[in-house]
Design a protein around this ligand. Sequence first.
Ligand SMILES: Nc1ncnc2c1ncn2[C@@H]1O[C@H](COP(=O)(O)OP(=O)(O)OP(=O)(O)O)[C@@H](O)[C@H]1O
Ligand SMILES: [Mg+2]
Length: 340
Amino acid sequence: MAAVELHEIEKSFGSTAVVKRLSLEVKEHELLALLGPSGCGKTTTLRMIAGLERPDRGVIRLAGRLVDDGKEFVQPEQRGLGMVFQSYAVWPHKSVFENVAYPLQLRREQNVEAKVMEALGWVRLSALAQRRPHELSGGQLQRVALARALVGRPKVLLLDEPLSNLDVALREELRGEIASLRATLGTTMVLVTHDQGEALALADRVAVMNKGVIEQLAEPDVVYREPGTPFVAGFVGGANVLEGVVQDGRFIVEGQSFELPPRTAVTPGPVTVVVRTEDVAVGGTGPALTLQAKLFLGSTTEYRFALGQQVLRSTGPAIDGLKPAQAAAVSFRAVRLFAR
Ligand SMILES: Nc1ncnc2c1ncn2[C@@H]1O[C@H](COP(=O)(O)OP(=O)(O)OP(=O)(O)O)[C@@H](O)[C@H]1O
Ligand SMILES: [Mg+2]
């Protein structure tokens, strides 16, 4: 049975459709990432699961229990969920301990102290139980929010961009903690993020959303290696997405003609060609393009070539002597081709 089930959910604000007939199942113990650009409907979807927003149409079930079908409606606090938001939403006048204890006190639970200290242990805050929020770092504040969301042992934890207010180092650290919490507690998690690295690193499956629709739902390596649509390829892999035509087995874009790699399934006519930056070879036999910029990225160097109005990016080892404003032959090692 799915931990979370959305069936043909629709949601509009005014005349704008924000979520369009979206169906999704999150398996028990799974971490599913909802990944997509700003405004694509991720938070709205999460809020409907939580019961903080009502869908216009569709059915939501949690562990098989109907929680919203337009008539039946289970209140957010009755859904057995935990939630963590981007802004820490920690009460400023309560201590760390009191913040985490609060949901238990609301429900008049027993053994509050033991449960709070256990939850603080999960997020490595045991020593800071008596601190006030203004005495904590951003990462520690977000750990308080995590402990507070987990202390009631929710079946499902909803995370809305929980790491995006943190600096890079803290983000990496908390990423690891979310992964280990999940291993320890086995909580089902839905993680909303626009950060593809975060989604790929943490999720069992990634749902890539665009304009209120899930374009692809698959394991991280599948989404990365076999993007189902040009949008997914561009958004997740940072690939070059080029619109042109196939003529006589060659790809014509912006007036340049590229040889297609052997074994490319070719359909003549208008196509979108997706090329990973690491599959753009410099110094082969292709058309000569002008280098616009060279960016040192540490383990690789990125070269940006002018391709008419578009930019073609290539990453790989540094190339001796190639400088901006010079031209170099550029070809494709591998492409994905989508008919338009
Ligand atoms: N209460 C609301 N009233 C009107 N429009 C809304 C409301 N909430 C969200 N929207 C609009 O719905 C669209 C989707 O919003 P949503 O917050 O779900 O996006 P998101 O994918 O979470 O984006 P972000 O990554 O920026 O958080 C946006 O265009 C937003 O402006
Ligand atoms: Mg959002």
